[in-house]
Design a protein around this ligand. Structure first.
Ligand code: URA
Length: 231
């Protein structure tokens, strides 16, 4: 259990900036146990039910979402030119962010959370979280693609770890990689002479998009969060 100031409790819960929530508190609109609390510095436990204008509010520390990212949005919390992935998620807190990035024109599974420790762990190279992509390419996929992706490929800033390739037909395949370097999948297919025309991440670790339409988001269950934490 954590103890924090009332103004911090409310601003974490999306009730505005510290200044805005201080005003709410000073106006007597915030109550605990039926009594208005007028001092923003009042200490409250995170399991307290706080009433704001009569509406009960419980503290949420962490939020975890899986988004099926559509094309045309940026994997960031803000951008001057494009919509961001945060336009598709409605978190309670204002400190949620995507775990890693998918390109502007890439679709698929993207985790969004404010759990910085988990995010860091899932992105760190040593944890080798598998990421499976569905790929459509120009040109005919070569017969030795499986062999070539299973060997290290050298790029300017990294050498790829063995990747798992599954052909679907001449121009469609799945590739599972355990890293997440810049444009990695596109660069790997380019290397075998097949520029990517469409890319979708269909699995992130054990999480898949089962039944989640493009542009939709769902909250992770506590079992899923625990499983992610054990990577
Ligand atoms: N590899 C890419 O090339 N693009 C992505 O968005 C993800 C992986």
């Amino acid at each position: 259990m954590a103890i924090m100031r009332l103004d911090k409790f409310l601003s974490h819960m999306g009730y505005g900036t510290r200044k805005e929530v201080k005003d709410l508190i000073k106006k007597g609109l915030v109550e605990i146990d039926g009594k208005p609390i007028k001092k923003p510095e009042t200490k409250v436990a995170d399991d307290t039910t706080v009433y704001v204008e009569g509406i009960p509010l419980n503290y949420v520390q962490y939020e975890y979402y899986l988004l099926n990212k559509p094309q045309g949005c940026i994997s960031a919390t803000q951008d001057a030119n494009y919509p961001t992935v945060m336009d598709f998620v409605f978190p309670i807190r204002n400190d949620c962010a995507p775990v890693g990035r998918l390109d502007l024109d890439t679709e698929g599974a993207l985790l969004i959370t404010n759990d910085g420790k988990l995010s860091h762990k899932l992105l760190s190279a040593k944890h080798h979280v598998p990421k499976k992509y569905y790929v459509e390419v120009e040109n005919k996929l070569p017969g030795d693609a499986k062999e070539r992706f299973s060997q290290p490929m050298e790029f300017e800033e990294f050498t790829s770890l063995p990747a798992t390739y599954q052909a679907i037909d001449d121009t469609h395949a799945y590739l599972t990689i355990v890293e997440g370097k810049y444009h990695q999948v596109k660069r790997m297919f380019e290397r075998i002479g097949c520029p990517v025309t469409f890319l979708k991440r269909v699995e992130f670790g054990f999480l898949n998009l089962d039944g989640l339409p493009t542009g939709e988001v769902r909250e992770l269950s506590s079992e899923e969060v625990e499983k992610l934490q054990s990577y």
